[in-house]
Ligand binder design. Structure first.
Ligand code: CP
Length: 293
């Protein structure tokens, strides 16, 4: 079964194949649909706007029939496990599931599920489709990954985007450094102070403070955070001429990034979202084992 759970489960060729298909969906195969309509369920146990609705958009564009599941009002409220919930969807005719769940690597509990699982984010673990859309955005800009310098700045310890992008850049020959508050870094990952990182990078990727995953409230104000660790207009002026700003979003404007930079000429934040639909179309095509357009 062609699940997509983690970036590290993909070979370089498989990853590049997904990006190639995603790029194909932008123009050449814009109206392409699956040879047969498929029944897909989107199971989101954590909040989401972009991932949820761009998966839904991709599924509908590919001619799938789509059902959105919410734990509220389901038998999860009676204590049904994740495994039994997903096994139920498989038993009643669903042909693939998209899952976001707060538990790191929730999918290790789902080994006996026989339909493809597309991971839409697991706790602080992995966010493979976000990573693929980030990669597509970088590739569209630079036409390569070798030697590309990516600085990921912010709440690294709670970020599944950071870990998936680190794995991808290691696979593809790019360089990755991390910045932000020292207490939010991961042990052994390369660290660079923000002023240095912003000048060094080809891609400056800002991350949201994931307040919902923090045990205690932040000890500084939003304005203090922006001045110390955020992408201010002054810092943005020190970026390389060709460098771009990225952010997986949702954005906390004027916290990790000055609001005027979100739609600046060198920002690709909304382009990333558009690329999310292309990448998700590609992983759905792959999930159903369709090789050719
Ligand atoms: N980037 C991202 O995963 O956004 P959502 O949480 O809105 O899906």
């Amino acid at each position: 079964k062609n699940s997509l759970l983690r970036i590290r489960d993909l070979s370089k060729d498989e990853l590049m194949g997904i990006l190639e298909d995603a790029q194909g969906f932008e123009v050449l195969h814009k109206d392409w649909q699956l040879p047969e309509s498929k029944l897909v369920a989107n199971l989101f146990f954590e909040p989401s706007t972009r991932t949820h609705y761009s998966f839904a958009s991709a599924e509908l564009q590919l001619g799938c029939k789509v059902e959105d599941f919410t734990a509220e009002g389901s038998s999860v409220e009676k204590g049904e496990t994740l495994y039994d919930t997903v096994k139920t969807f498989e038993s009643i005719g669903y042909e693939a599931v998209v899952i976001r769940h707060k538990k790191d690597e929730y999918f290790t509990e789902l080994e006996n599920i026989n339909i493809p699982i597309l991971n839409a984010g697991d706790g602080a673990g992995n966010h493979p489709t976000q990573c693929l859309l980030d990669l597509l955005t970088i590739y569209q800009e630079f036409g390569k990954f070798e030697g590309i310098k990516l600085a990921i700045i912010g709440d690294i310890s709670h970020s599944r985007v950071a870990s998936s992008n680190k794995e991808a850049m290691e696979l593809l020959g790019g360089e990755c450094v991390f910045s932000g508050p020292k207490e939010w870094q991961r042990e052994g990952w390369p660290y660079m102070p923000i002023d240095e990182a912003v000048k060094w990078a080809d891609v400056v990727m800002m991350l949201r403070i994931q307040k919902e995953r923090h045990a205690s409230a932040m000890s500084m104000t939003d304005a203090e955070y922006l001045a110390k660790y955020g992408l201010t207009k002054e810092r943005a002026k020190t970026m390389k001429e060709h460098a771009i700003i990225m952010h997986p979003a949702p954005v906390n404007r004027n916290v990790e990034i000055d609001t005027d930079l979100v739609e600046a000429q060198n920002s690709r934040i909304f382009k990333q979202m558009a690329n999310g639909v292309l990448v998700r179309k590609a992983v759905i095509k792959r999930a159903f084992g369709v090789k050719e357009f």
